[in-house]
Design a binder for this molecule. Structure first.
Ligand code: 5GP
Ligand code: MG
Ligand code: MG
Length: 180
């Protein structure tokens, strides 16, 4: 596919991961989740806003019985992680003794997922795993075992497929990286 450059706010981005590759990788994750969870009836918790497209494309390919719900955390400012522990908003399900799978858009420093897992584990689920669309292993600052990763990427700021740059870019069907 032809590379494309776009402008979002003050920055230029170029195509990086095309929809076709994203879907192929997500399809493999869904197959793995089907195998791993069988009849455990997992509860998927998609972290809004960034994971909405990933959650949709992943969960329509998961064929085991499951529940799906959405949570929200305090927002991420500009391009740098604030490092603050974020509160879980909108978790109405009782996750005690449930098999929980958190759906995230991207794991960067890992602060967000680390804080989220800590809060979820206090509610005594049977298990908690994380499925993330993207991961930046070079940026990780916590010992985190992320079981499902669609793709690992270098330390570049990306937008599209749910990920935004100051509010814009979530609707893009491909993932773009910043041109530096
Ligand atoms: P962490 O707490 O792991 O450092 O960062 C997690 C959050 O930072 C993600 O959920 C996402 O909102 C934001 N983030 C980290 N890296 C990127 C990136 O390259 N692009 C965008 N759009 N958001 C990012
Ligand atoms: Mg996120
Ligand atoms: Mg954001």
């Amino acid at each position: 596919m032809d590379p494309r450059n776009i402008q979002i706010h003050d920055c230029e981005f170029s195509t990086y991961i095309f929809e076709e590759e994203i879907i192929a990788r997500i399809t493999m994750l869904a197959e793995q989740i089907d195998k791993d969870y069988g009849n455990k009836q997992p509860l998927f918790l998609a972290v809004l806003n960034g994971s909405f497209m990933f959650a949709s494309d992943l969960l329509k390919r998961v064929s085991i019985p499951c529940e799906i719900s959405f949570i929200r955390l305090s927002s991420y400012q500009d391009m740098h992680s604030t490092g603050k522990v974020k509160e879980i908003l909108g978790l109405t399900e009782d996750i005690h003794s449930r098999h929980v799978v958190v759906l995230e858009d991207i794991v960067d420093t890992g602060h967000t997922v680390h804080g989220l897992l800590k809060q979820l584990k206090e509610r005594s689920p049977a298990s908690v795993e994380v499925a993330t669309l993207l991961m930046k292993p070079d940026c990780l600052q916590h010992q985190l075992d992320i079981k499902y990763v669609a793709k690992s990427i270098p330390n570049d700021f990306v937008v599209g497929y749910g990920l935004d740059y100051n509010g814009l870019g979530r609707n893009l069907r491909d993932i773009y990286k910043i041109v530096s």
